[in-house]
Design a binder for this molecule. Structure first.
Ligand code: ATP
Ligand code: ZN
Length: 707
């Protein structure tokens, strides 16, 4: 019997175990890839292991070793096997997951394991050899086996042709590079605040090229909100650095490609890693720089499982490794903007577009109270569209709602068809002739008569992308139209095809949701119509103006990126709303500074830190009871500990969207001007909540995206 134990982090929720770390006895393990013996406990730390857990085997990470355990003698289980092909987490990797676990109030395993590809962390795809306690991937992994035999040396980087930088780009690049010089080494995060189309991407590439050239092992990480939406970037990276050196990591990859790319990245073989939020946790042994493109984008926020911000984790990781990080955006998040204003981050500006002759588009408002938007399209917009088509340019219609119509309404009794699982209207989809719930996914056939009064006068009310598509086809029967939304791009290859067509200038009209706001560069696009965004002007959430402004400025920024001047037409019933003034003059700074002043006055983030307790139960009464109990526990903590006097506990209330997926939801908002204090408080509060042993679903969301 050994005299020491392994502390293994497993992916279990905090409600099951506050730390998520369990003790196991080690076993001798000797393979080609790693020799782990009982006499050298420290070598085990950071290793992936397969352990018995209840009735199954699960993959965990060894986060420590100890001389003793609380597990009674005879009850301590042995690990089943080691996963030698998973590169061990080094001290920095372990510290990173410890940070996330502390910051987001989650178990170590919950944080660490999702970074591994599904096939690796899923115990079912592993086989353990009888003779030696080693777990290997079992099925269908032939290419993987081939890869494993390949050399693990860093791939050479080929330096492709670069664009000649404009004077403004040159200035930014040299100031970014200067900051890496030893005597002025400034590793604060650097914000690249450049208007849409100002050529931020080219700066990232030339900047990273320098870093890759200095060090023949160096790896760089580029985070993007969504890779599928911007295939141009992956192609550009391959062309610039050589396909051999570049890997992508995102959820759209097949499992085997994902596995291979992860493996190449985590062994230090791949030099340039282009990934979405999850890739921020990938082991990268020679990571030397990080770029976060479109740093404001809400896709960086993981909203399921562990709720974290990949951008914030990237900033922490850069800080920890003492490496540079560049955040880029035309519409930085207010947190980032605030940090750039106060000097915590460096700030670099690009105020002109990069392409000679291209400028920011003219923005025109159409008052739809005066000029009705017939079937969603006002007369002035129709005129611009016809003109644009005649000149063989592309028009983009931004309608941020998929489906045909957001409501199916009975013209007789006024009944609206709602989802029975959620507090939401069902959306009418013409293509499937079904009503869909966009929250829980439920679908129902369109009733022939009103379910309430039996009348057949059923009317779709309002506009969705499908209905706009129908209208465009009716007015311009010969127009080539591409619709980009979650429905039109569900099948494999559809999105790529549509994007390629648009990039080639084939489409006369592009209709779509916010998917169109992300980083697309289509020189042929000169006209943008913004339809139906008024509801966003009056949304409740304090972040709503920030989100709407960023979204619209990004959409506006798609126009006029080539030689033809761009123009944007916004249809609104509230032309006097102050947000339009700043959008029309492309004045993000004034908007951001005004908005920050309001936040400061109200003590809202970034001037305070927030955490939100979410509770869900089949009945609201029970969710509220738990939320109220949680609030009492919070108040008791504050009463007994002087350190927590700055913490404010708000009332337990039903959530804005109270019912979702058959669950009624309640929340308690916690506010505190000091982040470290809030963290201390949350740790104790969460422990008290776990002790309640409630069977309800609950979780603490740190820096919640919405309240
Ligand atoms: N130095 C340059 N010379 C010529 N063209 C350039 C140069 N730099 C960038 N471009 C071109 O300008 C266009 C816009 O560049 P890019 O897409 O990088 O802008 P961006 O700042 O990332 O914009 P957005 O924030 O809207 O995504 C691209 O077509 C790019 O090829
Ligand atoms: Zn629903």
């Amino acid at each position: 019997m050994t005299t020491w134990v392994l502390q293994v982090a497993c992916d279990v929720p905090v409600t099951v175990s506050a730390t998520g770390v369990f003790d196991y006895a080690p076993i001798e393990c000797e393979t080609q890839d790693c020799v782990l013996s009982l006499s050298q406990p420290s070598l085990w730390i950071g290793r992936a292991v397969l352990v018995p857990f209840g009735k199954q085997s699960v993959v965990g990470i060894v986060v420590g070793v100890a001389e003793s355990t609380d597990v009674p003698e005879g009850k301590l289980k042995q690990i089943r096997a080691v996963l030698p092909f998973v590169p061990p987490l080094d001290d920095n990797g372990l510290e990173l997951i410890r940070f996330m676990s502390r910051y987001y109030q989650r178990g170590l395993g919950e944080v660490a394991l999702p970074a591994l590809p599904m096939v690796v962390r899923n115990g079912k795809t592993l086989t353990v050899e009888e003779a030696s306690p080693v777990a290997r991937l079992s099925k269908g992994m032939r290419t993987w086996q081939k890869w494993q035999k390949m050399p693990r040396t860093p791939a050479p980087v080929v330096m492709g042709r670069e664009l000649t930088l404009t004077a403004a780009q040159e200035l930014v690049l040299s100031s970014l590079l200067n900051q890496l010089e030893d005597d002025s080494r400034d590793l604060r995060p650097q914000l690249l605040f450049g208007v849409t189309g100002s050529g931020k991407t080219e700066i990232y590439l030339q900047y990273l090229a320098q870093i890759l050239q200095i060090d023949p092992q160096a790896q760089v990480l580029i985070l993007v909100p969504e890779i599928n939406l911007t295939p141009q970037l992956a192609a550009r990276l391959n062309a610039r650095f050589g396909a051999e050196a570049v890997v992508t990591l995102h959820s759209g990859l097949t499992e085997s490609t994902r596995l291979m790319n992860w493996w190449r990245a985590s062994n230090g073989q791949a030099r340039v890693v282009l990934g979405t939020r999850l890739s921020v946790l990938t082991t990268l042994p020679h990571l030397r720089a990080i770029v976060v493109d479109e740093e404001h984008d809400s896709s960086y926020r993981q909203q399921e499982g562990v709720r974290y911000s990949a951008r914030d984790v990237a900033i922490y990781r850069a800080h920890q490794l003492n490496i540079p990080i560049v955040l880029g955006s035309a519409t930085p998040s207010l947190e980032t903007w605030h940090n750039a204003q106060t000097g915590r981050y460096g700030l670099h500006r690009l105020s002109e577009r990069a392409v000679t002759g291209a400028s920011l588009p003219e923005v025109i408002l159409v008052d739809v109270q005066k000029t009705a938007a017939q079937d969603g399209l006002s007369e002035p917009l129709r005129r611009l569209m016809s003109e644009s088509m005649a000149q063989h340019n592309t028009t983009l219609l931004f309608q941020n709602r998929r489906g045909y119509a957001p409501v199916l309404y009975c013209g007789h009794c006024g009944h609206m068809h709602d989802c029975s699982n959620c507090a939401a209207h069902l959306v009418y989809h013409h293509t499937t002739r079904h009503l869909h719930c966009h929250h829980c996914g439920v679908q129902a056939r369109v009733p022939k008569v009103c379910v309430k009064c039996g009348n057949a006068d059923m009317r779709p009310i309002g506009q969705g992308t499908q209905r706009i598509e129908e209208t465009v086809a009716r007015i311009w029967p010969n127009a080539i139209v591409r619709r980009i939304d979650a429905d039109s791009t569900r099948n494999k290859g559809e999105l790529e095809h549509a994007l390629a067509d648009i990039a080639a200038g084939v489409a006369d009209v592009v209709i779509g949701t916010q998917m169109l706001a992300k980083g697309h560069d289509w020189p042929n696009l000169n006209t943008v119509g913004v339809l139906d965004v008024d509801s966003g002007l009056f949304a409740q959430d304090y972040r709503a103006p920030e989100r709407l402004f960023a979204l619209l400025q990004q959409v506006i920024g798609r126009a006029g990126r080539g030689q033809t001047a761009g123009r944007v037409l916004i249809q609104t019933a509230f032309p006097e709303h102050p947000m339009w003034t700043q959008l029309r003059s492309h004045d993000f700074e004034t908007f951001a500074n005004d908005e920050l002043a309001v936040r400061q006055q109200l003590g809202l983030p970034p001037f305070a830190a927030h955490a939100l307790l979410h509770v869900a139960a089949p009945e609201l009464k029970n969710a509220m009871l738990f939320a109220q109990k949680a609030r009492e526990l919070a108040l008791a903590l504050i009463d007994t500990q002087i350190a927590f006097t700055q913490v404010t506990v708000n009332a337990a209330v039903p959530m804005n969207m109270m019912r979702l997926n058959r669950q009624e939801r309640a929340q308690v908002l916690i506010e505190c001007p000091s982040r470290p204090r809030l963290q201390q408080f949350l740790t104790q509060w969460q422990a008290a909540l776990v002790e309640q042993k409630s069977r309800l679903m609950w979780l603490i969301d740190v820096d919640p995206a919405e309240i």
